[in-house]
Design a protein around this ligand. Structure first.
Ligand code: 5GP
Length: 186
């Protein structure tokens, strides 16, 4: 069995977090990567578990040293996938990066054997319904997220696989099949 790096993307509200959790729970040879960020920890977040919380200077030195598989700036803070950490984990297990479309494409460019998977909603209407159901976003934010989802979906055909999350169990089964098939490749 080969250890594989998976980059999983999908719009906010598509159920990506739930699916990744299901994959990790059922598989002791699969782990999730931990990113570095310069933003402050939120209540309940732990260093080394949710993120590696580092300062800007340390982050920039790490960029200069080529220490990131990919990195980006969101809302004025840096976020990045630490290369050595991913490689150390890959020596033992397969690794999942839960990452946005830009990050996934950068990871694939730097490490071409990365397997990219896009989780798509059955439709824009359904995504809207699910976002409304979470009751955590305003109508304005929902519209922004739906627009952002359309932008992200324009990248879907550049992914190795697309999984439509219509039925959660079916989407999970399809994802598991992808993970097994990729690990079995020589
Ligand atoms: P938050 O601050 O809410 O945890 O994350 C903010 C944004 O940063 C989210 O869109 C999240 O996907 C993105 N992000 C988290 N880790 C990484 C990473 O390692 N690389 C990139 N490019 N984006 C990340």
């Amino acid at each position: 069995m080969k250890n594989v790096l998976f980059a999983i993307s999908g719009p906010s509200g598509v159920g990506k977090g739930t699916l990744v959790k299901m994959l990790l729970e059922g598989d002791e040879n699969l782990v999730s990567s931990v990113s570095c960020t310069t933003r402050a920890p939120r209540a309940g977040e732990a260093d080394g578990k949710d993120y590696f919380f580092i300062d800007r200077d340390t982050f920039e030195k790490k960029i200069a040293a080529g220490g990131f598989l990919e990195y980006d700036e969101h809302f004025g803070n840096y976020y990045g996938t630490p290369l050595s950490f991913v490689e150390e984990m890959l020596a033992k297990k397969s690794v999942i990066l839960e990452i946005d479309v830009k990050g996934a494409m950068s990871a694939k460019a730097k490490k071409p054997d990365t397997v990219t998977v896009f989780i798509a909603p059955p439709s824009a209407e359904e995504l809207k319904k699910r976002l409304r159901g979470r009751q955590s976003e305003s109508e304005q934010q929902i519209s922004e997220r739906v627009a952002r989802a359309a932008y992200e979906e324009s990248f879907a055909r550049r992914y190795d696989y697309t999984v439509v999350n219509d039925d959660l169990q079916e989407a999970y089964a399809r994802l598991r099949q992808i993970v097994e098939a990729e690990r079995a490749k020589g």
